[in-house]
Design a protein around this ligand. Structure first.
Ligand code: C5P
Length: 422
């Protein structure tokens, strides 16, 4: 590709939802009211959406709302008199490209894992060969319960259903924890991604780093940063959904089916990533690694001094990306991130060259409401081949899918053009 030629933004052009038949399964939790927004967004993206509610879901959202929003009759009763001799649910289940259960309560998860079918939705799930995704939403204790965790593991590992992980936050019951249904945007992006041909990273080993490192000062204090780890986790989820063998090196604890290696400091992250790097196909360094750490660690809590000033001596941390950029083979693909508060383009492009990266993803941290801690970001993507693209504000999962496309395209080109014999 010629230098500076803008790569087509195919996320906007290719719409995997268009013309697809999607059964939106709605179950009985408070997040059911958000099913209307999911249905609306899917329909506006061109999908033919059919809502199927469990009887309990009707306590939270009406069939009339979902019928109006989807512009298709919504369903609930399993045994309803009907004009056609063919059972409607079987016909719909056969036609569906995707069954998306959002929200998915602990109850439906248990029923799905056990293969039960005592209502219309669970019957359709069993009768369908469509791709199945679910977005759990429940009280954190219910989600954390070994029964729910075992059921989710069964759905994911035995039936290969896709989970759209629940978020951390305040729940309707007033509790804080993981159990909030993922955002509507994240769910729709995950559904779109799932409908794309999805095994494009099968057989590839991908390392992703996530979160911000913490550099301890004493047993109580540390130097940290505002990174939430959401971008890295979205990246690892996207690569895993495409069939990659994923290792997530993270400062943030997450429960996933792929390998998650928890670290705290830059030095621990360096040691862990370096140990995994040999033989990996791609490294995506989304983590915000502290550039400096305290020179010394005080074993005792540092006391408030009588003096007005307190100085902390710092020493430089190794630049993990820089070191690995120097030793990477031609077959390995490295993506770095650049969070900048000024001169985004020139700083990102200098880092791309200096660190010998294949791609750098730059974002302007001065833009309000996106970036750190948010579900969304807007980024520029610069590649070593000179191409550049601007991704407007979109969910981090959608950015991650885009990066997976870039990695997959690079590997498919490399397969088509084997290295010359000399
Ligand atoms: O140079 P700067 O810190 O802005 O570069 C950001 C990129 O470099 C990110 O991808 C980050 O993960 C990586 N990095 C690193 N080691 C450091 C600092 C940053 O790998 N010590």
């Amino acid at each position: 590709m010629p230098r500076n030629k803008k790569r087509e933004n195919n996320f906007a052009e290719v719409n995997p939802l268009h013309g697809k038949t999607i059964i939106l399964g709605v179950t009985g939790g408070i997040a059911a009211y958000k099913a209307c927004d999911i249905a609306s967004m899917l329909r506006r993206a061109g999908a033919d959406v059919h809502a199927v509610l469990t009887p309990n879901a009707r306590e939270f959202v009406t069939q009339l709302s979902l019928t109006t929003i989807t512009r298709n009759p919504s369903h609930c009763e399993q045994f309803q008199a009907q004009a056609d001799w063919r059972p409607e649910h079987i016909e719909l289940a056969k036609k569906a490209d995707l069954i998306l259960v959002a929200p998915a309560t602990a109850d439906i998860i248990a029923k799905m894992a056990a293969g039960m079918c005592d209502d219309l939705l669970t019957t359709m799930i069993l009768a369908s060969s469509a791709k199945i995704m679910l977005a759990p939403a429940m009280n954190p204790k219910m989600l954390d319960h070994p029964a729910t965790q075992n059921n989710l593991a069964t759905l994911q590992n035995h039936y290969r259903y896709d989970l759209i992980a629940a978020d951390y936050g305040e729940l309707a019951c007033g509790d804080f924890g993981t159990g909030k249904m993922a955002s509507v945007e994240t769910i729709v992006a995950a559904a779109a991604a799932c409908l794309l041909e999805h095994r494009t990273l099968a057989g590839r080993r991908v390392i992703v780093t996530a979160g911000g490192t913490r550099e301890p000062i004493d047993p109580v204090r540390f130097i940290g940063n505002r990174s939430s780890g959401k971008m890295g986790i979205a990246m690892a989820d996207a690569a895993y959904a495409r069939g990659a063998e994923v290792t997530l090196v993270s400062t943030v604890e997450v429960d996933r089916a792929y390998s998650v290696l928890l670290v705290e400091t830059a030095l621990e992250m360096q040691e862990t990533v370096e140990a995994e790097f040999d033989g990996c196909d791609a490294l995506v360094m989304t983590a915000a690694v502290a550039d400096f750490r305290p020179l010394g660690f005080s074993n005792q809590k540092i006391k408030k001094s009588v003096k007005e000033d307190f100085s902390l001596e710092l020493t430089k941390n190794p630049d993990i990306l820089d070191l690995l950029g120097r030793v990477k083979t031609d077959e390995q693909f490295i993506i770095g991130f650049a969070a900048e508060s000024e001169e985004l383009l020139s700083n990102a492009s200098q880092k791309l060259k200096r660190k010998n990266l294949d791609v750098i993803v730059g974002n302007d941290i001065t833009v309000p409401d996106i970036g750190f801690g948010s579900d969304d970001n807007a980024v520029i993507i610069l590649s070593a081949d000179g191409s550049r693209e601007n991704l407007p504000r979109m969910p981090k999962r959608a950015i991650a899918e885009h990066l997976c496309d870039i990695i997959a395209a690079r590997f498919s080109t490399a397969e088509k053009e084997p290295a010359s014999a000399d």
